[in-house]
Ligand binder design. Structure first.
Ligand code: IVH
Length: 670
């Protein structure tokens, strides 16, 4: 550390700029928040004591004190055009063919394929590497000068770095807010009783338009560079070269942008981005496809409002308007009664939607829904659609209130409100829909894997009085004639079912535990229990304390397990199973598995497996999945974006591999 204040100030400014770059541009921070804060405070302190060292470009001066009176206009050096949209593959291919015709050349071309970021378009003017103006798109010719606000955004560098920084460049791109940052902000605002925002884009646009730069400074706005409005100096020869130059100069670019050759590759890349849409940290509403080569771009040129060399292939909308016809109520496996919206069918994101979840009674109240209301619905990923809001302004007066049932729709028992879970609950263990849901879960693939016992069969057998709980399944061998006599059942299907039940008697313990449907005990929980206790009798005998002593077991799970095994009805069911020869196979893992006895930790983004799948794989192959790196860690699997854990592993000499090598060691890749 340097003693000379001028040297130390310069050093601190460099350290903080580097930290901002790693955090906001490379997405790979090396400093902890506390370390960053300490350096920042030291700089603020030194600058206060040595006013002569002050510099408007210092990282401490992102936020000036004054509030602007308005935003001056800024004429763009060249128009900020928009793009033509296509909505499906056929229209995209037509665009390709029309460009082919224009160029009189139909050989496969190289394209830059980029996520269409759903944010706010910005132009950043850099002169000799320094940010001099930031402006919104406005009408495409004249935008608003929001330089002061843009300077508060840490992912917008105030000076470019690296070699070959041009004397002048107009960088264009998108300001946006990550989904997780948006949700965290809204949650905090809600808790503080402050206003919340509808979506990341509105939030971002609203923040940039604030006259008080303190507001955008306190909001998690980020930026991606993806286009240009002119350059003095050497001009990159293609879109992909532009993106590479931006990255070299310290500007953030979209990591998911890629180059494709020919229309087929673009189509495949579009499908990939659509499929991973929900996993990406930012909102995208389509894919932008640009002819990569700069020379070809010039030849293709512009139509009136948009370039011929680029097109936006939008994703199907995930939101739509329709009418709420009615609300029905269903009973789940755990007795929770949930409302479901019955909708006028509407086409949305590729499917016809006629139902949507309403979560719980509180949600109904929050939405203020009436039957007959026009509603906005959303379908995100593969999730069941949900109702976002009602449109009370469209009411006609014929709408009627939703009646919340006081009796269980499955069995007529009085319902009660479970205060902890804002749920309506039916406590009747003999409630038919609950019994059937339990049986179906017990027989499901991840539990006992009994083939031939789906919803319909379970309901039919229960109604016929042949099946009241899971233990009855193992007594069905004695009721073969009764089963065969049932409608839609034949000798063959019944025999197959009975054989499958017989086989399931020796199911691995973890899957058996999962099948019991104990609250809080999912697939991973079952595995933890099976592994720790070895046998069903041991799990049944475990007390609260010994459960809590397990890694990853908390109060809720420990409570749920002891309560379940203390219940006489459950004990009786297990005893009847035992009498019928049900004997779950003790947990073995894979005793000679490649991760036998090893502790494996994951960090960064995994591309092929989810975190849970990866942990499950380690456990299935004899290892333990740890959550933090310590001297006891044997292997760190690090994906893109790995930061502090990777560093720690390095310090401790823990072996580090990437996901591919991990899969290879797991025998999942050759
Ligand atoms: S290129 C001439 N690339 O989409 C090229 N635009 O109409 C001009 N957008 O509002 C734009 N992601 O703000 C381009 N990777 C991307 C983009 C992108 C989002 C926005 C842009 C504009 C609209 C295009």
């Amino acid at each position: 550390m340097s003693k000379d204040p001028a040297r130390r100030v310069a050093e601190l400014r460099d350290l903080l700029r580097e930290a901002d770059h790693r955090y906001y541009v490379l997405d790979d921070p090396e400093l902890t928040d506390a370390q960053y804060d300490a350096l920042y405070r030291e700089l603020v302190d030194l600058e206060a004591r040595h006013p002569e060292l002050d510099d408007p470009d210092s990282p401490t001066h992102r936020v000036p004190g004054e509030v602007a009176a308005g935003f001056p206009s800024f004429p763009h050096p060249s128009p900020m055009v928009s793009l033509d949209n296509v909505l499906d593959e056929a229209a995209f291919r037509e665009w390709v063919v029309s460009a082919d015709r224009f160029l009189k050349d139909d050989s496969p071309r190289t394209y830059s394929v980029e996520p269409k970021i759903d944010g706010v378009g910005l132009e950043l003017i850099y002169e000799h590497g320094l940010l001099v103006v930031a402006a919104t798109r406005g009408d495409g010719f004249v935008g608003e000068d929001i330089t002061t606000n843009a300077k508060t955004i840490r992912s917008i560098p105030r000076r470019l770095r690296g070699k070959g920084v041009p004397a002048y460049v107009a960088v264009r791109g998108e300001a946006y807010v990550r989904k997780a940052d948006f949700e965290a902000f809204n949650r905090a605002a809600e808790e503080a009783g402050e206003r919340t925002f509808q979506n990341p884009r509105n939030f971002c646009a609203g923040s940039l338009r604030q006259l008080d730069p303190g507001i955008p400074a306190a909001r998690p706005i980020r930026f991606f560079a993806y286009a240009q409005g002119g350059i003095e100096g050497e001009k990159p020869a293609s879109q992909s070269a532009w993106l590479a130059a931006y990255a070299r100069w310290g500007l953030p670019t979209v990591p998911e942008a890629s180059v494709a050759v020919g229309a087929d590759e673009v189509v495949a890349r579009h499908a990939e981005l659509l499929a991973t849409r929900e996993d990406l940290p930012y909102e995208l509403d389509g894919v932008v496809i640009k002819v990569d080569d700069g020379g070809l771009q010039e030849r293709l040129g512009m139509r009136s409002r948009s370039p011929r060399w680029a097109v936006a292939w939008k994703f199907p909308p995930r939101r739509a308007f329709t009418r709420l016809r009615d609300v029905d109520w269903s009973v789940g496996r755990t007795g929770v009664v949930t409302p479901r919206a019955i909708l006028e069918p509407v086409f949305l994101a590729g499917v016809t939607v006629s139902h949507a979840t309403l979560h719980n009674v509180d949600e109904l109240a929050r939405l203020g829904l009436l039957i007959g209301d026009e509603v906005e619905i959303e379908r995100a990923g593969d999730v069941i659609p949900k109702v976002l809001r009602a449109l009370p302004e469209k009411r006609t007066g014929k709408e009627r209130p939703i009646e919340v049932p006081s009796l269980c729709p499955g069995c007529g028992t009085g319902l009660h409100r479970d205060p902890e879970r804002v749920a309506l609950r039916c406590d009747n263990f003999a409630c038919p829909p609950q019994v059937v849901a339990h049986l179906v879960h017990f027989a499901s693939r991840k539990a006992l894997d009994i083939r031939g016992l789906g919803d319909k069969q379970a309901a039919q057998f229960h109604e016929a009085g042949l099946l009241d709980d899971a233990a009855d399944l193992f007594a069905l061998v004695d009721r073969r004639e009764d089963l065969v006599a049932l409608e839609r059942q034949g000798e063959k299907s019944v025999d197959n079912l009975l054989a499958s039940i017989e086989e399931a008697k020796a199911v691995p313990l973890d899957r058996f535990l999962f099948g019991l449907g104990i609250r809080e005990v999912g697939e991973r929980g079952s595995r933890i229990l099976a592994r720790a206790f070895g046998s069903l009798d041991e799990v049944a005998a475990a007390d609260h304390e010994s459960l809590l002593a397990l890694d990853e077991v908390g109060d809720a799970l420990a409570d749920a397990v002891t309560t379940w095994f203390a219940e006489p009805r459950n004990r009786d069911m297990l005893a009847r199973m035992k009498a019928r020869g049900v004997a779950p196979t003790p947990w073995e893992g894979q005793s000679d598995g490649p991760f036998q006895g090893l502790t494996v930790v994951f960090t960064g983004k995994l591309e092929r497996l989810s975190r849970d799948e990866a942990k499950t794989l380690v456990e299935a192959l004899g290892g333990r999945a740890g959550s933090s790196v310590s001297a006891k860690t044997d292997l760190l699997v690090a994906g893109p974006g790995a930061g502090s854990k990777r560093k720690k592993a390095e310090e401790l000499g823990v072996a580090t591999v990437d996901e591919e090598e991990f899969l290879r060691r797991a025998g999942r890749l050759t």
